[in-house]
Design a protein around this ligand. Structure first.
Ligand code: KIV
Length: 275
């Protein structure tokens, strides 16, 4: 029997049950209108802490706060009626202790209506994942390139190459055993992503990983061409909305300067026309 919640929104157990099936589709979202656009197409929507970089102009995700995640989580939730929402736990909100993680994850769940939280880390975070899942908080894990740790990982490098692959495999196994219902695999060799997918009994969600993962995720502003500061190799641009928006703004500016906008159809007469 499906564990689908009321109103047809999938539960974490429904996502878990998709292991090895039709690939799971997900994107990030940070606003109500964008969530509305993807609701019919995605199985889950992630309110990623990438919001700090793509919407707030931060240089990394390290400056993102719990309040920002809750604010964006609430906005995204208003745009969803079908897809499950997962909200990222930001840097500094869960690493100190299992109790700190529970307190902040509980706030995210209660104040946003999320179906689950996501946190970064493998073996090191497994006890925290077990603590949260044992207390009613579904957790999506995230291993490989974990952007909150760029200062110890030495930047946004591919993870798990060569002998380091075994440690990454151990990370994925640890989070699965701790009770995570799915795990994001970010920026690792495709063959290693396939090995991890084979080794764990929960869905793997790839970003810069492999088409063999149980699902895929991309940052929506990357795939729509709205965030153009840089483009990771793993991003496919499905549209160039940033270019289109800039073109529209340039046309508007030119028309205002030429007094071509507003045109007669955009202004009001002194009296209403007769019907
Ligand atoms: O914050 C984010 O957008 C993410 C995805 C890249 C998985 O964690």
């Amino acid at each position: 029997m499906s564990a689908t919640a009321h109103k047809g929104v999938p539960l974490p157990d429904d996502i878990r049950a998709r292991k090895g099936g039709v690939p799971i589709v997900s994107l990030t979202a940070y606003t109500t209108p964008m969530a509305q656009l993807m609701d019919a197409h995605c199985d889950f929507v992630l309110v990623g802490d990438s919001v700090g970089m793509v919407l707030h102009g931060l240089e990394s995700t390290l400056g993102v706060t719990l309040e920002m995640m809750i604010l964006h989580g609430r906005a995204v939730k208003r745009g969803l009626s079908r897809a499950m929402m997962v909200v990222d736990m930001p840097f500094g909100s869960y690493e100190e202790s299992r109790e700190q993680a529970f307190r902040n994850a509980a706030r995210i769940m209660a104040e946003t209506g999320a179906g689950a939280v996501k946190l970064e880390g493998g073996v090191q975070m497994a006890p925290t994942i077990a603590f949260l899942t044992g207390r009613g908080i579904p957790v999506m894990a995230h291993v490989g390139l974990t952007p909150q740790s760029i200062n110890t990982l030495g930047g946004y490098k591919v993870q798990g190459r060569g002998a380091a692959g075994e440690a990454l495999l151990a990370d994925a196994r640890a989070v699965a055993e701790a009770g995570a219902f799915a795990v994001v695999l970010e920026k690792l060799p495709a063959a290693l992503a396939d090995r991890v997918t084979e080794a764990v009994d929960i869905p793997t969600i790839g970003i810069g990983a492999s088409a063999g993962c149980d699902g895929q995720i991309l940052v929506v502003d990357d795939m729509l061409g709205l965030f153009t500061a840089f483009k990771p190799k793993f991003v496919k641009r499905y549209a160039s909305l940033g270019d289109q928006a800039e073109g529209a703004i340039a046309t508007y500016a030119a028309e205002v300067r030429a007094r071509a906008f507003p045109a007669p159809e955009h202004v009001f007469a002194d009296t209403e026309p007769m019907k």
